[in-house]
Design a protein around this ligand. Sequence first.
Ligand code: ADP
Ligand code: MG
Length: 278
Amino acid sequence: MSIISVKNLIYKYNEDEEDEVTALNGLSFDVEEGEFIALIGSNGSGKSTLAKLLNGLKEPSSGTVTVDGIDTTDKPHIFDVRKTVGVVFQNPDNQMVASIIEDDIAFGPENLGVPPKEIDERVDWALACVGMSEHRKGTPHRLSGGQKQRIAIAGVLAIKPRVIVLDEATSMLDPRGKKEVMDVIEGIRERENMTVIMITHFPDEAARADRVIALDRGRIVLDENAHSALSDVERLRAYGLDAPLPARIAYELRRRGIALEGEIVTNSELKEAIWRLK
Ligand code: ADP
Ligand code: MG
C-alpha cells in the first residue's frame, strides 16, 4: 500500500462564491514509503495548497487523499493522519510557539497525547537529528534563520511522522542556512528511511530528490525521475521553471553546436561531458 494516495483531487478556495479559485484541478499520484520527491511549480501553481491537503489541514472539494489507508476527511482518525504526515512551512518565526526550545519541540507530541516521558526522549532525539542538542534550554530568538528552521523541523520530527513535507522550508535562508537544512534532511532520510516531499523553488535542491512532480496551474505536468525531469531545460521553461545551472549551461553550449553527450544535471556530469568532447 502506498503511504499517500491522491485521486482526482480538486480543491477550490471560496467554493461557489464569486471569487472561487480552483487551486488544484484533478491531481492523481501515489507516494511510496521512503521516496524523496521534489514538488516544483511556479508561484500560484498549487504547491502549498497540496501540502495542506496532504495532512488534512484542508479537505478536498472532490476526490480523495488517503494517508496510510486513512481518508483525510475521516474526522475520528485525523490525529493518525497528522501523526503520519508532518509539514514544515516557509517561515520559521511563524512556527515557534514557545519561548524555550524544548517546550516548542514538545508542543506537537503533547497535542497528540504522547506520554511525558516519551516526549522527553523524542525532544532529545529530534534535537540530535537536526544537530541542535546544545540549544535545548535556550530561546529561539537568538538563533540564525537556518537554526530556527532546524528547530521547526525538529518540532515536526518529534511527532515521528513517516512523511515529512517541507514547504519551501529553505527559501528564507542564506546559502549556509539552506545547506544546513538540506544536510539535516538528507541525514534523517538515510537514518530513518523517512519519506520526504520537498517543495522548492530551487532547481539544485530538487536535483537531490529521486522523483520530481511539477505543478502548473493546479495540474500535474511532470511526474518522473528527477534526473531526466531536471535535464530537460526546454520542457521546464514551458512551465515557468528553471533547470539546475549545469543543465542550463549544457543547453546553451549545445545550442551553440557543442555536442555534449548524456543527461546533464550536476556539475560533475557537465565536467565529464566536457572532458569527453573530442
Ligand atoms: P503555490 O504554493 O504553488 O505558490 P498556492 O497553493 O499558494 O500556490 O496557491 C494556489 C492558488 O490558490 C493560487 O491561485 C492562489 O492565488 C490561490 N490561493 C491560495 N490561498 C488562497 C486563499 N486563502 N484564498 C483564495 N485563494 C487562494
Ligand atoms: Mg507556496
